[in-house]
Design a protein. Sequence first.
Length: 322
Amino acid sequence: MRKVFVLGGTGFLGYYTTKELLKSGYLVSTVSLPPLLAEDLLPKEVESQLGDITTMSDEQILALLDDCYAFVYAAGADERVVPDAPALKFFYQANVLPTQRLARLARQAGVKKFVLFGSYFAHFTEAWQDLNLKKDNAYPRTRLLQEEIAFMEGEGEMDVMSLRLPYIFGQMPGRKPLWTVFVDQVRDQSFVPVLGGGTAMVTVQQVAEAAVGAIKYGTHGSSYAISGMNMKFKDFYQIIADVLGQTETQITVLPLEQMKPGFEEADAHSTAAGKEHGIHLGYSAMIQDRDAYLNPEDTMSILRFKEADIPAAIRETIAACL
């Protein structure tokens, strides 16, 4: 049986990926940051240890990866983190440098497949050239660099694939979903303004299936922007209001020119506090005014992940936030 190393196996994405790998007949080992959310979180057959892999020596990591066929990188910082300025330094150190080191060590250890969990903002940074997102926004810029460096580290010896992930729904034992901030925007509100765009969405189970699919069917240097369905933000917020039982709440689409100044004002407050968003909030407004849509068939047919009831997953996720 082939062994897969999952970085972040007790995290949201890593947990589901670990379970799907076991179901697909792989052996799994993992290292995750403490604390352990539940004593019996992972099945007993998983070789699991708590620790910070970035503090381990090269020799320790090579020993961890001995006899591993594949590596799943289910770790890193996403755009919800608002670090001290400059954000470029933070995201470079949090995402790019560890990926480069671990891809290099994985290749040295003889790992043949390396799957990186990235972001669909990398996809839309390439697709929406008119926004020039890469110029002023550290997060998409470093996500693209993270992919490129990982591809280069594997060149000729290890197949490296990136999953560009959109909005993800689901829940796991011991961890509250990260959608509470959206729930708070709707809770006890009679009027909720939203922008007119929408977003691609997947369930966490689909992410896990796509990760296994990338190991089995992915090709080196490929970035797979996965999706299960697309939904307008208005409809997404309506689901939140429905779960909250707020039948009188009005979810109303407002034009970008009316909404953008408020986003920019919030961004200025962050700057004044010495913080910097990985995607500046004025850009976030422009993004949310567009349809960040993906065709599920573009990747579903390659990676062979299944369709899912995403509206049901959204309702379950939001309910778990309450």
